[in-house]
Write a protein that binds this ligand. Structure first.
Ligand code: PSU
Ligand code: MN
Length: 305
């Protein structure tokens, strides 16, 4: 075993040993990003979609202090039911949770770390953390961005929610040398909508092109990951005015209640869902499906390259 804290599930280990495509998935989206039972249904469907697309899913989380690269359906059900009682684990939480033999739902940052330990290159999720609005005062910047700067995993997302300052998030990524690639678009998608008014660094139109760019970065020994922004399918995208109003109200309420630190992102996500009456949840689920489909194709192209 490469790492005495890491358990790679047999199906994932077999795929990695034989150069077959594997797609990593995070577990904060299960425990903190969606309500039960939709969180579990989505997580299990996502794994089926990856299999249908010729890759092997590896849902990542921390159970009893073990780093799991490939959770079982029972473990996913347990994370979904326990919800926010499972600690949200970002980079700074990893060692303490493992030393104490506790559970942890992995964010984008920790999922990247564990995927990299296991040898998984491609990871799909919904949205990443970023630079929060008002960060010039609060300094609230997600550890996800720092991880993208140093860990060689390609992250496929639907852009970032405008609960964040998208302009500052792009500036941060540029400073840290993280390429932001738009799939079929030059515009950064804003999670619930296909448009944000901001540009990505490069537009790419095929999974092969994305895989080749990432392979080249890895071959050169450049540290860090890449971010692929895949716009939500048109038919599931939300009305811009409705979602922007919900986001503005949620941000305002977080400020009033004095929400800070790791609670900020889950609070805003839950609030937005409450305000939009659940229609944002359906969009959220569909964009994740869309991202794992693309990630499976990139993972296949990466293995064939
Ligand atoms: N953004 C979303 N949905 C999510 C998250 C972010 O649209 O579920 C989760 C991801 O796990 C991400 C984490 O890595 O929140 C970022 O949290 P923070 O801002 O505290 O770093
Ligand atoms: Mn934060």
């Amino acid at each position: 075993m490469l790492n005495k804290y890491l358990d790679i599930n047999p199906e994932v280990a077999e795929a990695l040993a034989n150069g077959k495509p594997v797609v990593a998935l995070e577990s904060t989206i299960i425990s903190h990003g969606m309500p039960y039972p939709q969180n579990v249904e989505t997580a299990l469907t996502v794994q089926n979609i990856i299999r249908e697309n010729g890759a092997v899913p590896a849902t990542i989380g921390i159970i009893g202090g073990r780093l799991k690269a490939g959770m079982t359906n029972e473990e996913i059900e347990y994370f979904g039911k326990k919800g926010a009682q499972i600690a949200k684990a970002s980079r700074r939480d990893l060692a303490v949770l493992c030393a104490r033999k506790e559970d942890g739902a992995t964010t984008v940052a920790t999922t990247m770390i564990i995927a990299n330990m296991a040898g998984i290159k491609i990871f799909a999720t919904g949205g990443i953390g970023g630079v929060h609005r008002g960060a010039e005062v609060t300094m609230d910047i997600s550890a996800d961005l720092e991880e993208l700067a140093q860990t060689p995993v390609m992250v496929i997302c639907a852009g970032a929610k405008s609960i964040l300052d998208l302009g500052l998030t792009l500036e941060y990524l540029e400073t840290h040398g993280v390429p932001v690639l738009g799939y079929g678009t030059k515009e950064l998608p804003a999670f619930f909508t296909r448009k944000s008014g901001f540009s990505v660094d490069y537009r790419m139109d095929t999974p092969e092109e994305l895989a080749a760019a990432f392979k080249t970065q890895a071959d050169m020994g450049l540290k860090g990951g890449m971010l692929v922004a895949n716009p939500i399918p048109e038919e599931y995208s939300m009305d811009e005015t409705v979602i922007n109003k919900a986001i503005a109200d949620a941000v305002e309420e977080a400020k009033t209640l004095g929400i800070t630190g790791k609670e900020t992102t889950p609070f805003l996500l839950a609030k937005i869902k409450e305000i939009t009456g659940g229609s944002s949840l359906e969009s959220n689920i569909q964009l994740v499906f869309n991202n794992v489909r693309l990630a499976s194709k990139i993972a296949k192209a990466y293995c064939e390259n």
